[in-house]
Design a protein around this ligand. Structure first.
Ligand code: NAP
Length: 425
């Protein structure tokens, strides 16, 4: 039987998942393709490392170009991560007329448009399903099965680390730092979790999702982002009491000729399907103008789930090698706006004195922000008291202007938090 040869860059978590699935699902793969998949060469850093895959020693090399230039390899699978040197390797592979599969969100978000043009020019395919949502088949579903739709919005919980941390804070009463340590102990967070908790990872993925949903490339630098490091147990408790869960959302909303993209913690109503996505799980909630609401849910990371998405792309390429792709995603031009006209939750600590509430409410009013509800919490034991406000819909810049004035008031000790309340409209 004919074998399609794969050249693989990297043999870490995802690549070893890929190799193991090819082995334990061999019958399924061969029956579906009518071809075998075989590995020609594998790039690694360290030739002496023990690996939990069943590959002969001779396939390994530390020379990337032995993999990329191997004339037998028809598909190059990039699983080393990061932008450099992956960018040069993928460009060379595409220019060598090899199909490429990658799971690299940073690279696709940054250079996807250019790499897709190179692929089209060379008549080969570039696929990257695993770059968003790990094992969840979101990108190809949007591109293929939902291609009859214009998308009105896309909301995702697309970072498992932060979702794990927020779930542990909400369900087990952990403080932020404790939840981070627990996530690290279980392998859900890196030793340095900043790219997850600061929202960078989710912003890369949102940039890729937005290109597919709205046909427009927006670089991560153009996506406002806010991480979860300032979320406290108090905010989580208040959210619960008001009927919400706090989630790190990546959101893309289209209105007329404008799109708004952002990554931010949000109050999500407890009865919304995204509220039920817990721990390391991910989900993407889409609104198509024909299909309506669709949610895809699953494991956003891990060796086998991510390997499953990579193998799905490889199998698609093998089945469609002779067909040319329609072209580059991302040719539309919307105005990218960041007004964030939403309701907001605001928590502050104020002096416990008569008339304080009225003076704060009037500063909100002066800046065009009206209040939907106010909750005065138990006294802190000192002379201060926590106040929680939910505003009516207002533009974020008005909220910021109001809080700038309020923070200067002598009766306000501290503005503790501002969190957007998402109504999914
Ligand atoms: N892990 C996940 O669950 C997950 C989920 C979704 C997407 N992804 C994406 O998948 C990609 C791979 O992630 P991973 O978790 O599998 O990474 P990983 O476990 O760190 O593995 C990286 C592999 O690449 C090799 N490597 C890295 N840089 C190299 C270089 N410059 N030259 C030669 N070899 C190099 C390493 O070699 P040695 O083994 O010799 O050190 C290792 O085998 C990344 O783009 C990541 O963002 C990962």
């Amino acid at each position: 039987m004919e074998a399609i040869k794969l050249g693989i860059l990297g043999m870490g978590t995802v690549a070893s998942g890929l190799i193991n699935i090819i082995e334990f699902n061999r019958n399924k793969v061969v029956n579906s393709l009518n071809k075998e998949l075989a590995v020609s060469k594998v790039l690694v850093n360290n030739l002496d490392k023990e690996r939990n895959v069943n590959l002969p020693k001779e396939v390994y090399t530390t020379d990337a170009y032995e993999v990329i230039n191997d004339k037998d390899a028809e598909i190059i699978v990039e699983l080393i991560g990061g932008i450099d040197p992956a960018y040069d390797y993928i460009k060379s592979a595409l220019n060598n007329k090899k199909h490429v599969v990658t799971a690299n969100k940073a690279l696709i978000a940054t250079h996807g448009e250019e790499l897709e043009s190179i692929a089209v020019k060379n008549g080969v395919k570039l696929m990257y399903e695993a770059s968003v949502g790990g094992g969840i088949p979101i990108l190809n579903t949007m591109k293929e099965n939902l291609s009859a739709n214009e998308f009105d919005s896309v909301f995702g919980i697309i970072n498992g680390t932060t979702n794990y941390i927020l779930t542990q804070m909400a369900e087990n009463g952990l403080e932020y730092e404790e939840a981070v340590k627990e996530a690290q102990r279980l392998g859900f967070a890196e030793a340095d979790p900043s790219s997850d908790v600061d929202g960078d990872d989710a912003a890369f993925k949102l940039s890729i999702l937005a290109a597919l949903a709205f046909g427009q490339r927006v670089k991560v630098e153009g996506i406002p982002k806010e991480g979860i490091t300032k979320i406290s147990k108090d905010d989580i408790a208040n959210a619960k009491e008001l009927g919400y869960n706090i989630k790190l959302l990546a959101s893309g909303i289209k209105k007329d000729d404008k799109i708004e993209l952002r990554v931010h913690p949000a109050f999500v109503p407890v009865d919304h399907p995204l509220s039920m996505v817990k721990n390391e799980f991910n989900a993407v909630f889409l609104k198509g103008n024909a299909v309506g609401e669709v949610m895809l849910y699953g494991k956003g990371a891990g060796s086998l789930p991510t390997g499953s998405a990579v193998l799905g792309d490889i199998m698609y390429i093998v089945k469609n090698m002779d067909k040319s792709d329609a072209g580059v995603v991302g040719s539309k031009k919307y105005r990218v706006e960041n007004k964030a006209v939403k309701q907001y939750y605001i928590r502050m600590t104020v002096v416990d004195k008569l008339g304080v509430l009225g003076s704060i409410a009037s500063l909100f009013g002066k800046n065009g922000v009206s209040l939907s509800s106010v909750v005065q919490r138990q006294k802190n034991g000192h002379d201060t008291v926590p106040l929680v406000f939910i505003t009516h819909e207002a533009e974020r810049k008005n909220i910021d202007a109001a809080l700038e004035e309020i923070s200067k008031s002598k009766v306000v000790s501290k503005i503790e938090s501002i969190i957007l309340v998402e109504n999914f409209k």
